[in-house]
Design a protein around this ligand. Structure first.
Ligand code: SF4
Length: 356
């Protein structure tokens, strides 16, 4: 790593993260943006484009494994859906702190704005994040610095406090003014965050894993982002929508999974993943085969029972089913019904753990 920097910035690609980095760069300091990536957020394919149009050095940092561990039991709970924003910020900042020495950098930058988000950007929450990430001595929040106590970087003169900002609240007017009139950014990202954990459809998919699997791993969440998802109680079936999904499903398959492919007709690939301690009996396999075959238009049009190759372990069994969605198991696409109650149960379990 040849390049040395003065500061590392959390760079999501959202407007606040761009502006926070630019405000510090504007003072003649060298800034490297860290673009954190997990199965839930991150667009590493856009780094080159962003570097070019925003004039920032950027690098992507994959924290998938640590993020998934945290997601299973976030100390500060989930936000509106399954987004553990407070723990997410703590994780990224404490991880970024570990990277400071490698880049010769002296402080961290985050684009948070006091009062912008109800849960994760309240003043008391910003203080808690700073303390729990152990970054009180190195974290600068340039967009709202003048609303906060001076940091060591400002006190030492490394950063000129008078050129930092005093943004606050939920509006975006001040950010848009800065983006258009000061930095003339060629692209201004829309406010939608791009984190799947905050989007209802994806959150429903992840919620079912969190609810039914006591110890999911990274590949479970990667699988949940693909194709069509179905759950019948704790039985989980993924069906590809197109070639890319099918290829990815194949890659993510692991011993113990069931892989379904209609014999003699073009069809999606489907994967049934038994959860720990769960057995798929023959009725479940036939049911899943009939459902996945119903997504092969040619198999459906044949109007007759079709063969579905079912790979499990080292064996392949061909079962005969009539393609159809009127199955005996109640397969449904996952949604967020019951999420609120589940989160309350999680919060109670966490409180019990804390009480000891
Ligand atoms: S919205 Fe997603 S990426 Fe952003 S802080 Fe929350 S969990 Fe993290």
């Amino acid at each position: 790593m040849d390049m040395k920097y003065d500061a590392l910035a959390l760079f999501s690609g959202g407007l606040d993260s761009i502006l926070a980095a630019k405000v510090v760069q504007d003072q003649g300091l060298r800034v490297l943006g860290l673009h954190y990536v997990t199965p839930f957020f991150g667009k590493p394919h856009k780094l080159d484009h962003w570097q070019r149009i925003y004039g920032l050095d950027l690098t992507s940092v994959d924290i998938s494994a640590a993020f998934v561990r945290m997601l299973l039991n976030p100390a500060h709970g989930y936000g509106r859906l399954v987004n553990p924003c407070v723990d997410c910020k703590i994780l990224m900042l404490s991880h970024a702190r570990e990277l400071l020495a490698a880049y010769g950098a002296r402080f961290l930058i985050s684009g948070e704005v006091v009062g912008q988000r109800p849960m994760s950007q309240r003043r008391d929450t910003l203080n808690l994040i700073r303390k729990q990430a152990d970054v009180s001595d190195v974290l600068l929040r340039p967009l709202c610095a003048q609303k906060l106590d001076p940091t060591p970087m400002e006190e030492s003169g490394l950063v000129d406090r008078s050129r930092l900002l005093d943004m606050g609240g939920r509006g975006r007017k001040a950010q848009l003014h800065l983006a258009r009139n000061v930095y003339a950014l060629p692209e201004i990202p829309t406010p939608a965050g791009g984190c799947l954990l905050t989007e209802p459809e994806s959150a429903g998919r992840f919620y079912h894993i969190l609810k039914h699997d006591p110890a999911p791993d990274l590949t479970d969440f990667q699988l949940a982002t693909l194709g069509r998802q179905f759950w019948a109680g704790a039985h989980w079936l993924s069906i590809g929508r197109h070639k890319d999904d099918n290829e990815r499903i194949q890659e993510l398959a692991r011993p113990g999974d069931y892989l379904f492919d209609v014999d003699g007709f073009p069809s999606p690939l489907a994967l049934g993943r038994p959860l720990p301690g769960q057995d798929w009996n023959r009725e479940t396999v036939l049911d899943a085969a009939a459902l996945m075959a119903s997504y092969s238009p040619k198999a459906v049009r044949s109007g007759a029972p079709v063969g579905v190759a079912v790979r499990h372990g080292r064996g392949v069994d061909v079962v005969r089913v009539t393609p159809g969605r009127n199955t005996s198991l109640p397969w449904v696409e996952p949604d967020t019904v019951g999420l609120k109650e589940w989160k309350l149960e999680c919060a109670e379990a966490r409180a019990d753990q804390t009480r000891g």
